[in-house]
Design a protein around this ligand. Structure first.
Ligand SMILES: Cc1cc2nc3c(=O)[nH]c(=O)nc-3n(C[C@H](O)[C@H](O)[C@H](O)COP(=O)(O)O)c2cc1C
Length: 406
């Protein structure tokens, strides 16, 4: 089972994937309990666009957009799915326990960090608090052919924090320095770090952390501009990203609350960041990277039609089944829910797929849903209704917004 490998920092306990997914989602829930307007509503880009290229170490990343690591989501199928859609510069794995990887340096490890040739450039993300294990795990990542290795200092999940991984380390800067030095000394591929701004607003560490990363020879820093204490509440503090950018000369990747191409451009304009990282929005609007690329080039972008959405879900399902993931039905349910949020009748579909027992039954429910919708659209056209409006979805901000993760 792919998900099981090396993902517990304790030797026993619930499967890491499920645990982390739930932990992250409980944070995400909080984010939407405190829903804020889409970031683009508060910032404007004044004509600034996302850069066409980002260079990290020697690795070229065109364009300067990154799929955020998301446990339970950014597996090889989702990553390739996003890559095929176009416009995403860098892919990242879900985070992986360095200790687990070192303990089980065998076939299973390779399977867990499995990726395909068309995923380059790709970064593997590791978490852990032991410098030696981190260094050894980073060497494994390099041997496996990843283009970059990333250290996670952002995960707020209690179980990870308890083992001093993820955002737990934000209170242990001397340990972080040791990890930075050990990993830097162990690999030649670019080494990056992703963190939250600090444990709490009173304990912000992003300034020291970014400078330490640069001193220790790391090649880039990414920040989700919230504190650990914040979870997903409130708005991401883009001004912290701007401040960080002014302190270091290695590339800075900004992350937090990008929901639309306008948001991405606005973050670059507001912070001067060298690249943008997108998480939740990609899960319900996988076109977002392509839309950003189009917006960069032309100042406008296409929105997905209902037919596009249907085709996209079917293709993703096909890819999941072809990959032979044992949890394909679970993932199909999860994605069918997200991808149909904001759709008329979506609640009924979600109920049907929740009750479905197999991959085929889930696919059938989705087929029925879209076929029925297509019939309704045809009827609307025949009576001269405003069919064009029915066939285009509202922009991502509305479909990606607060309900998606509820
Ligand atoms: C379900 C879920 C899983 C996540 N897993 C990871 C992870 O494995 N590693 C990590 O660094 N961040 C993880 N994150 C955080 C995201 O990478 C990102 O920093 C955060 O969602 C903010 O970006 P956004 O506003 O674009 O979603 C996760 C977030 C979610 C919602």
């Amino acid at each position: 089972m792919v998900a099981a490998l090396g993902r517990n920092c304790a030797t026993s306990g619930p499967p890491y994937l499920l645990y982390t997914y739930l932990a992250y989602n409980s944070c995400v829930q909080k984010f939407y309990d405190n829903a804020v307007p889409a970031a683009g509503a508060q910032h404007s880009s004044g004509g600034v666009r996302v850069p066409a290229r980002l260079t990290i170490g020697g690795v070229q990343i065109p364009p300067a957009t990154v799929l955020a690591p998301m446990a339970g989501i950014t597996d090889t199928v989702f990553r390739r799915f996003i890559r095929e859609m176009g416009g995403c510069g860098l892919l990242m794995t879900e985070f992986t326990s360095a200790d687990g990887l070192v303990r089980r340096k065998d076939k299973k490890a390779k399977r867990y960090l499995h990726f395909y040739g068309d995923e380059h450039p790709i970064a593997a993300q590791l978490f852990g608090s032991n410098p030696e294990s981190m260094a050894e795990a980073a060497r494994t990542v390099e041997e496996l052919g990843f283009d970059l290795v990333d250290l996670n200092l952002g995960c707020p999940a209690k179980k990870v924090v308890k083992c001093n991984g993820g955002s737990g380390l934000l209170r242990e800067l001397p340990v972080i320095r040791k990890i930075f030095e050990a990993v830097r000394g162990a690999v030649r591929i670019p080494f990056t770090v992703k963190f939250r701004a600090g444990w709490s607003e009173r304990e912000l560490v992003f300034r020291e952390l970014a400078k330490m990363a640069e001193d220790c020879g790391l090649d880039a820093v990414s920040m989700h501009a919230r504190t650990r204490e914040q979870g997903y509440s409130g708005a991401a503090r883009w001004e912290w990203i701007a401040e960080m950018k002014s302190l270091v000369s290695i590339p800075v990747i900004g992350n937090g609350d990008i929901r639309t191409p306008e948001d991405a451009a606005a973050m670059v304009a507001a912070t001067g960041c060298d690249g943008v990282m997108i998480g939740r929005a990609a899960a319900s609007n996988p076109w977002i990277f392509r839309q950003i690329a189009q917006y960069t080039e032309t100042g406008r972008y296409d929105v997905a039609s209902r037919a596009d959405r249907y085709e996209m879900i079917r293709r993703y399902f096909r890819m999941l089944i072809d990959e032979g993931f044992p949890d394909a039905p679970g993932k199909m349910k999860q994605f069918a829910s997200w991808f149909t949020h904001g759709e008329e009748g979506g609640a009924k579909l979600r109920k049907a797929i929740y009750e479905a027992k197999s991959a085929e039954a889930i696919a059938d429910s989705v087929d029925r849903f879209f076929e029925l919708e297509a019939e309704l659209e045809t009827e609307a056209v025949s009576v001269g209704a405003a069919a064009a409006e029915v066939s285009t979805l509202p922009m991502a901000a509305e479909t990606v917004g607060s309900e998606v993760w509820d």
